[in-house]
Ligand binder design. Structure first.
Ligand code: F6R
Length: 606
């Protein structure tokens, strides 16, 4: 969370910093700030709210300086107001920070005793005062080294010094940070996305490292302050993909783009010539794997849960699923024959990264399913399966969810085949079905109008429920998550069979309940559960798939019918109306769809 930008140039930087901050708003958007150095003084302007507000501030419009840092914040310590916004500055030093300093209370006590005065409620301000304190007696390298050593927790930092007109310091532990190289200027950014409009030459800092960004070169140091060499990577330039075209919101576009993004994924992984799946470089012997653990957070966790059903159906592997923030602190029984799969759109989620780190440190087999291939999670995993769905900007994940499910499904088929759990002819049939999927998603997107009308009822509701069994259960969880995060309506996802063990008490007259009942093995059971909620006054929106027989049920409020395909793939189609439902509910309420309150796209704090 939080976005950092730093530019050291031979021309004025404030406008470029503001533009880069706009790109970084997906990481946090409750407050923003900028600091530049001009004529030996640090100028700092901060505001609560969005970068737009910062940009309109006359002090920013007239801001001078050829070196500067900027920040968009997602509050951890202290309210989202202008005082707590970053940068935080003393007379000598200005700091932007992403992460959490866990021992800030202790450090603050120590610094206050030394006479330092604090202005904000943030943990970040201790960094400013620690550096200021060390600079009294030591050079910059030692001051930075000493400061970083005394910090517990996670951070990515950008630091500006009053007496150093040609220096921005960047430092990383736990939170991502990249350096970019331009003509006569160099940059610091919390990810490559922010830097892409300025350069495609990037170096990622690794944990414990810091760097000195000068106008004409960059120096890197390890945590002991020893100079090190780092690789410069070249990124592909795909700026056009960030455009939302005629759409009002990125999310709307990202939902509608799903037939294309699925096609891209299919093109990468399906080997039509050999009727096979193009995962030929799998780095482990298949017989060395007897179980699999899938780990992620939020929507990515739901795709892991979905994959559990597929792996159990298509392979004889033992499968477990974990929420990363739970996994990382539990007493895990690590097993050599287990494959650990980490799923993350951004590839930067702090808990998922920490879970991966833990597995690596215990010598486990690690594989990641990510969208951002330059991300920390991708770089740390032994084996990477990219989802190839392009940049996702909307904070609520949509096309990346379908992308993750596609790759996990493909992986389950491949492992099923390699382990001889799956017959070749069935495997080939399933590949054929996958090829039809983009077309079926396209047709299912035509439920749009109906969902728009239905969404009005959800808007008026106090709460809602999403029910499903088997393959539809993870999708019910995902549908509920989408509705709550975008429209702020309370929504619970539940296995339909669990309702009578407690949640049925929540059902009252007129409560909207979404029932996912495709024509699969669970159909009849789910329809019975649906009747139980109808009998208690629920307004049921049934989502099912096309079939020759009519729905054998009464008193259903609304029915939405998606296309038909094999049972494994129905979850992809069931997801579409749920994404649209969340979108239109939020739209009608006038909420900020691409940036829902309190959230951020990339969760780099735990
Ligand atoms: C919800 C959503 C989040 C993310 C979660 C993990 O719509 O987007 O729940 O899925 O924060 O993020 P990644 O996939 O980047 O690890």
């Amino acid at each position: 969370m939080c976005g950092i930008i730093g530019i050291n140039s031979n021309k004025s930087v404030s406008a470029t910093i503001i533009n880069s901050l706009k790109k970084l708003e997906y990481r946090g958007y409750d407050s923003a700030g900028i600091a530049t150095l001009s004529e030996g003084l640090i100028n700092e302007v901060k505001t609560e709210g969005r970068v737009d507000k910062l940009e309109k501030n006359s002090l920013v419009q007239n801001m001078e300086g050829k070196i500067g840092i900027g920040h968009v914040r997602w509050a951890t310590h202290g309210l989202p107001n202008s005082i707590n916004a970053h940068p935080h500055s003393s007379q000598n030093v200005s700091v932007v920070h992403n992460g959490i300093i866990e021992n800030s209370t202790l450090l603050k006590k120590f610094l206050v005793e030394k006479g330092h005065k604090f202005k904000s409620q943030t943990d970040t301000e201790v960094i400013v005062h620690l550096i200021t304190e060390h600079l009294r007696t030591q050079n910059i390298v030692n001051s930075i080294k000493k400061t970083l050593k005394s910090l517990h927790g996670s951070f990515a930092l950008g630091i500006l010094f009053k007496d150093q007109p040609d220096l921005i310091v960047g430092a990383r532990r736990g939170s991502p940070l990249a350096v970019g190289y331009g003509p006569n200027e160099n940059y610091l950014g919390s990810d490559s996305y922010a830097l892409k409009s300025m350069t495609n030459k990037i170096t990622y800092l690794d944990d414990g490292e810091f760097c000195f960004i000068k106008k004409d070169h960059v120096e890197f140091f390890d945590e002991e302050g020893t100079k090190i060499n780092k690789k410069v990577l070249e990124l592909s330039s795909d700026e056009k993909k960030y455009d939302k075209g005629d759409y009002k919101h990125f999310m709307a576009k990202e939902i509608d783009d799903q037939p294309i993004t699925l096609k891209n994924g299919i093109k990468e992984y399906l080997d039509n010539t050999n009727n096979d799946i193009n995962i030929y470089n799998f780095p482990w012997k298949i017989n060395d794997i007897s179980s699999i653990t899938l780990i992620g957070c939020g929507t990515a966790y739901h795709s892991c849960l979905m994959a559990k059903y597929w792996f159990e159906e298509l392979t004889s592997l033992d499968v477990s699923v974990d929420i990363a923030s739970e996994f990382r602190y539990r007493k895990n029984r690590f097993k050599k024959e287990n494959l650990y799969v980490f799923v993350s759109q951004s590839g930067e989620t702090a808990d998922t990264y920490a879970a991966l780190d833990l597995c690596k440190n215990n010598g486990m087999k690690t594989c990641s399913v990510v969208n951002v291939i330059e991300s920390s999670i991708a770089r740390k995993s032994e084996f990477v399966l990219p989802i190839h769905c392009g940049t996702e900007i909307g904070v609520a994940s949509t096309k990346a969810f379908l992308g993750q499910m596609l790759i996990l499904y493909i992986l389950s088929l491949k492992l099923g085949l390699l382990r001889k759990d799956l017959k070749k002819e069935i495997f080939i049939q399933k590949l054929k079905d996958i090829k039809d999927l983009p077309n079926l998603v396209e047709k299912t997107l035509l439920t749009d109008n109906k969902i728009q009308t239905i969404s009005s009822t959800f808007n008026k509701a106090k709460g809602s429920m999403f029910l499903g069994r088997g393959f539809s259960y993870p999708i019910a969880l995902e549908g509920a998550l989408k509705l709550k995060e975008l429209s702020y309506i309370h929504a619970e996802g539940y296995p339909a069979g669990e309702m009578k063990h407690g949640p049925l008490a929540l059902i009252e007259e007129g409560m909207p309940v979404v029932v996912l009942a495709p024509r699969d093995n669970y159909y009849k059971k789910t329809i019975s559960n649906m009747q139980e909620v109808i009998a208690r006054g629920a307004k049921v929106l049934l989502i099912t798939n096309k079939s020759n027989d009519n729905v054998i049920s009464e008193n259903i409020w609304e029915t939405v019918v998606v296309e038909s395909t094999n049972e494994d793939l129905l979850p992809f189609l069931l997801t579409i109306p749920l994404q649209k439902l969340a979108y239109y509910s939020a739209l009608k309420k006038g909420f900020d769809i691409d940036k829902p309150r309190n959230l951020a796209k990339s969760v780099t704090v735990e």
